[in-house]
Design a protein around this ligand. Structure first.
Ligand code: DAH
Length: 345
């Protein structure tokens, strides 16, 4: 029996040492040390041997059991180590590989222009607001001296949502709201409102049913047309260069009186005449004027207030500044077009 025991020990030791996976090892452990193991089967035969032999066989069997258990434990941790190393090898990260090329987006050219204009007027002390795109007829028209049925409403073909709610046709709606909120006659208010505006226009190279504006106004005691002229001149020189000249032509807007249309010397030919300015040397860029006393009245204020207002089309400024031929390019979001504005961002 002792011989059988030693044979079992040697084979088990050899097999355990030769195991290459933890699963294989677990099977061997079960085979040699489990409840129904070969060792236990052998020990059942103990009852047939002499008392002395039983003592030595018993002792030896115990030693074998502990030795094999220890061996399995050591082998297990050895195999686990090998497996972990293999996994690390497989998942190794090569830090010297080049990274992915992340393309950063560019600020949209219209936002670049808005930022530039906002910055400029902020420096002059103007507040900046964005306001509501869904507006009441009252603030978009009525409080701006455009009562229901007024023929000048036809200048701004409107998307109505309900009878009294519409998509604002200009950012002047925020001017009506701000004037309506004035508390004192000697209050000084200077504000720029910017954002999307909408009109029922057919889209073509110069028209878009959705477009952007910057609308500004200043109300302060003793404000005169000279203040408006200085502001426009300053704005145009900052936007288009120091040598830019302005020209004011009489015009009509229901919310201003007198009203003007503002031209700047062509940014392309500087007044010489070219295809962009249709050989006139001038390009029209905004409407402006002294706020009509009827607007103060419609907004619940004293008609003696004095102030000026102006409205600028952002797409038009961007088209002039960057030499863009079609307004639709701003809204089709062709990356090849947008990428070109990285250098100005
Ligand atoms: N709201 C006008 C438009 O969209 C533009 C405009 C003209 C705004 C004169 C003004 C202004 O504030 O004074 O056509």
């Amino acid at each position: 029996m002792e011989k059988e025991l030693e044979l079992l020990f040697t084979t088990a030791t050899e097999k355990i040492n030769a195991a290459t996976t933890t699963a294989e090892l677990a099977a061997l452990q079960l085979e040699y040390l489990g409840k129904k193991s070969i060792l236990n089967e052998l020990l059942k035969k103990m009852k047939d041997i002499s008392h002395e032999e039983r003592l030595t066989v018993g002792k030896r069997a115990n030693v074998i059991k502990t030795t094999l258990t220890e061996l399995c434990k050591a082998k297990k941790s050895e195999l686990e180590n090998v497996m972990a190393m293999a996994m690390f090898e497989q998942e190794k990260i090569d830090l010297s590989l080049p990274g992915y090329n992340l393309t950063l987006a560019t600020k949209h050219p219209l936002n670049q222009v808005i930022d530039e204009i906002s910055q400029l007027f902020q420096e002059l002390g103007y507040d900046i607001v964005f306001g509501t795109e869904v507006e009441d007829d009252e603030y978009n028209f009525q409080r701006l001296n455009l009562p229901i049925g007024h023929p000048a409403r036809d200048m701004q073909d409107t998307f109505y949502i309900t009878k009294n709610t519409l998509l604002r046709t200009h950012c002047t709606n925020m001017t009506a709201r701000a004037i309506s909120q004035m508390k004192r006659k000697d209050e000084i208010v200077a504000m720029i409102s910017t954002g999307n505006t909408y009109r029922r226009d057919d889209d073509d190279a110069t028209h878009s049913h959705q477009f952007m504006q910057v609308d500004g106004f200043l109300i302060a005691p003793h404000t005169s047309f000279a203040n408006l002229k200085w502001t426009i001149q300053y704005f145009c020189q900052r936007m288009f260069g120091e040598n830019t000249k302005i020209r004011l032509r009489p015009s009509f807007f229901p919310f201003t009186e007198p009203s003007v249309e503002v031209d700047v010397t062509c940014v392309n030919c500087h007044g010489q005449g070219c295809s962009i300015c249709k050989q006139t040397g001038w390009i029209e860029i905004m409407g402006a004027g002294m706020i009509n006393p009827l607007v103060y009245q419609a907004c619940g204020q004293d008609p003696d207030l004095t102030g000026f207002a102006f409205g600028i089309g952002i797409e038009r400024i961007a088209m002039i500044k960057y030499g863009i031929d079609d307004i639709r390019r701003f809204y089709t979001n062709d990356v090849r077009f947008l990428e070109q504005f990285k250098k100005f961002d």
